[in-house]
Design a protein around this ligand. Sequence first.
Ligand code: PLP
Length: 441
Amino acid sequence: MSSPNVFQRASAADLPVAVKGDGIAILTADGRRIIDACGGAAVSCLGHSDRAVTDAIKAQLDQLPYAHTGFFTSEPAERLAAMLVERAPEGIGRVYFVSGGSEAAEASIKLVRQYFLEKGEDRYRIIARRQSYHGNTLGALAAGGNEWRRRQFAPLLTEATSHIAPCHYWRFAEPGESPEDYGRRVADELEAEILRVGPETVAAFMAEPVVGATMGAVPAVPGYFACIREICDKYGVLLILDEVMCGMGRTGHLFACEADGVRPDIVLIAKGLGAGYQPIGAMLVNETIHQAIATGSGAFQHGHTYMGHPTACAAGVAVLTAMEERDLLANVNAMGERLRSGLEARLGQHPNVGDIRGRGLFLGIELVADRDTRAVLDPKAKTHARIKSAAFARDVMCYPMGGTIDGVHGDHVLLAPPFIVTPGDVDEIADRIAAAVNDVL
Ligand code: PLP
């Protein structure tokens, strides 16, 4: 069990000690084999014992563990950047490596500010969506709209951010409203907000293509992001897509925004990039933005000691190579479909399961008091957390979250198993998760 010296996330937690990665599972010191059905937090896309990745990391450590990016570039950083640019949405030309998702979001907030200054425009505001999450550092937290995460730090958060409605059709569409009409209506809130705060002050709009932790794998309705792009273009606002959780193959596309057909100016990735084997994130940047700085002041005034870390980049190269050589995106789509229908078969008629949704191996189960009326569960009951505990007791991990959007409480658990799952693994996960829901509700 946990020692008294590590400052754990939850101080009361008595955590089992993880001792070994074993495919889709983690083995503990007390002899348990716990299936990782959420990839930790949608991180471990290759499972926990991928030899191709660990060998690549070991080889890089023997060759060159670290070289400061103020002095050097490195072969793995160059290679990973080239691989990402080749596969990225149109227009993306540069990759800025960081150590995780919050750092990527933070970097993007500063980049768009500097970009507009270099162009002679004093823009600085970031508009995002309510009940969003873009990271825990102060800039990223200010951009995010998750009230629970923001509340106690509110005095420290910049007012240069504001929030519009999320795109959550199942929960918020008016009776009889089509997905297209709903998407247009909530996208129009962006235009109204830009006009409210002053278009000359707005630098960027930030959103997750498929909202992960805070809403439970909720994709936008078709057409929503096309409207968003149109509005951004109308007012010269940059579009930052946060794919920290939903990117790198999780939804069945390498970049989640491919399914929405939208062209972002900046894309943030992290979790699946290093797949948990190394801490790494990246900000993928449109060449126009990069050029404005390169031909302007000449340098982005930002940086971290571990950016472009050669060992982390070597892990990234190995992860992306493994995904492609093993055709894992096809498995994400096939197993995602199987997991979804497995959950539907076991929980689809459960009186407290309102919705089972998502894309690829990125699925959410929405828990409600009544599936017909969609009435919410009592927030104080923390049902999502109880289901996480019940699942963990059954040796399977799922990621819980409850939160309030526009006064409406939501409870869900997120599933994001490794891309290497087999049909047998998926059925086992569906069995155990359904059992855990039935334990609690
Ligand atoms: N953005 C999104 C969409 C996330 O889901 C997360 C983490 O869950 C972050 C940013 C922050 O990433 P990190 O925890 O690596 O700092």
